[in-house]
Design a protein around this ligand. Structure first.
Ligand code: ADP
Length: 474
């Protein structure tokens, strides 16, 4: 059973309090009882003294007369008395049902005769009423007698009973009140934990600069928050270092790749090359291009994560960009015998042309990568209202409808053997989405399983240059 801490604390608190209350009640009740019984005993003692004084002074004959008021037991709470002979015969009694037979046993009588004082609680009479009795020996000149005096404990028991009822009512009420109070207190005490938890849950890898508030620095919760914060410090440091490394590494790789690319181009331009050499060089060029695209994506990723994606937005002809991409993808498409076509009007959008080219490259590369050999890729530009953009349509295997939004997640790949064979990283689309969203644009995919997929981007169109076309700025 996994209850929240505040409930568990409250339960333990209430249980503990119940035990304390029960112990306290028992203590109170026993104290009250022993107090009340002590005063009963006191009264019994003084009554026996009084009677024995009367007896020894006046003799047995006067016993009833002298002590009449004190020996008559009419109503409860008064005294019952008996005068017993040595053999246990009731010589005199306060003529009550409780006193017809000796109030003490034979053995007690014997004990009393040896000078012991008998003091105990017993049940007497038809109603089995509870009595406290005291028996003592009175040495008279003629003969020894034992006098037994008893009194009902009813009024004392009633007081105890009333206290018990009071405790039984007030105890649970106190427990309920304490439970509610305890729960509220526990909730108040644990509220900062909830705040820390929700704050910590909010901090994703992109908000590592955020910290948890530490209102009171000295208590345990303050320490917890401070510990989490110092953990965040280390995490942020590690993540930043990793980002910097990726950014630096991909930046460093750009130049050598560009040099390799131009050297391969130069080599391919030289005369008298054998066809095998041309083939090898072309394949090398393709691989260098692929590597460049990966490096570009990594660099963009590092910039996005660093929050340093700086867009140089200006009117761009998206059709012209598409043609550039289609040209640079030509080699890759050729190897798979895939045709790339660009259609649509010259369309202006406001965007950072380098990043936009990267997005189109990612989309077209995927279209080529995932299309079957002999397939086709169609890039078309469009314009609607204030928006303009393009769609990249392929004749590939398509994407299951439920995954159409997830493919834009980082590292997400539709796990088919096909995409595994293509060896992608699952980053291209997520980077494309980040770039498009940084432009306040939209990117989405539609697909017909078995027929192909269509990826679209929408950006704000450039109405200004459209109106003035051909414009000196574009
Ligand atoms: P990858 O490097 O794996 O291509 P992406 O982020 O570009 O990473 O794409 C994510 C996944 O989306 C791919 O692994 C692939 O399964 C699927 N996908 C992307 N484009 C297409 C497409 N045109 N046709 C079919 N599946 C695609």
């Amino acid at each position: 059973l996994s209850l929240p801490i505040k409930s568990r604390l409250t339960i333990w608190y209430v249980i503990l309090l119940a035990v304390i209350l029960a112990a306290w009640s028992i203590f109170l009740l026993t104290r009250l009882q022993s107090g009340l019984y002590a005063s009963i005993d006191q009264a019994l003692v003084s009554r026996t003294a009084q009677i024995s004084l009367g007896l020894s002074g006046q003799g047995a004959g006067e016993f009833l007369d002298v002590n009449a008021p004190s020996l008559i037991l009419k109503s409860k709470g008064e005294f019952a008395a008996q005068l017993l002979s040595l053999d246990g015969t009731v010589l005199e009694s306060s003529s009550d049902a409780a006193t017809i037979r000796p109030m003490i046993s034979k053995s007690e009588l014997a004990l009393a005769l040896t000078g012991h004082r008998i003091l105990r609680t017993t049940l007497l009479g038809k109603d089995r009423e509870k009595f406290r009795i005291l028996a003592v020996k009175i040495p008279l000149q003629a003969d020894s007698r034992v006098i037994v005096v008893g009194t009902s404990t009813e009024s004392a028991d009633n007081s105890i009973h009333r206290l018990l009822i009071l405790l039984l009512i007030s105890g649970p009420a106190a427990l309920v009140a304490a439970g509610i109070g305890g729960w509220l207190l526990a909730r108040k005490a644990l509220l900062p934990v909830l705040q820390i938890t929700s704050k910590a849950a909010e901090i994703g890898v992109n908000q590592l600069d955020e910290r948890i508030e530490t209102p009171v620095k000295t208590d345990e919760l303050g320490t917890l928050a401070a510990t989490l914060n110092s953990m965040l410090d280390r995490l942020q440091h590690g993540v930043e270092e990793r980002r910097r490394f990726i950014a630096d590494a991909s930046h460093e790789l750009r130049t050598p790749l560009a040099i390799m690319r131009s050297e391969i181009d130069i080599s391919l331009g030289s005369e008298g090359l054998q066809s095998e050499a041309v083939e090898t060089l072309e394949s090398a060029r393709e691989e260098v291009d692929r590597m460049s695209r990966i490096v570009e994506n990594l660099l963009t990723l590092a910039r996005i994560d660093e929050g340093k994606l700086q867009l140089l937005q200006k009117p761009v002809d998206i059709k012209g960009l598409s043609e550039t991409v289609s040209y640079s993808m030509g080699f890759l498409a050729e190897t798979k015998n895939i045709s790339i076509q660009v259609t649509g009007d010259r369309t202006m959008v406001v965007a950072d042309s380098e990043y936009l080219e990267q997005v189109i490259t990612n989309l077209v590369e995927n279209a080529v990568k995932y299309s079957h050999p002999g397939g086709s890729v169609l890039i078309s530009t469009w314009q609607a209202g204030n928006e303009a953009g393009l769609t990249v349509q392929d004749s590939g295997p398509g994407i299951p409808a439920e995954l159409l939004t997830r493919i834009f997640d980082r590292f997400f790949r539709v796990d088919t053997s096909r995409s595994r064979n293509e060896g992608g990283s699952g980053l291209g689309l997520s980077i494309s989405r980040e770039i498009i969203e940084a432009h306040n644009g939209r990117i989405w995919a539609m697909s017909d399983i078995g027929k192909g997929s269509t990826f679209s981007i929408a950006l704000s169109g450039d109405s200004f240059s459209r109106q003035l076309q051909p414009s000196p700025f574009s």
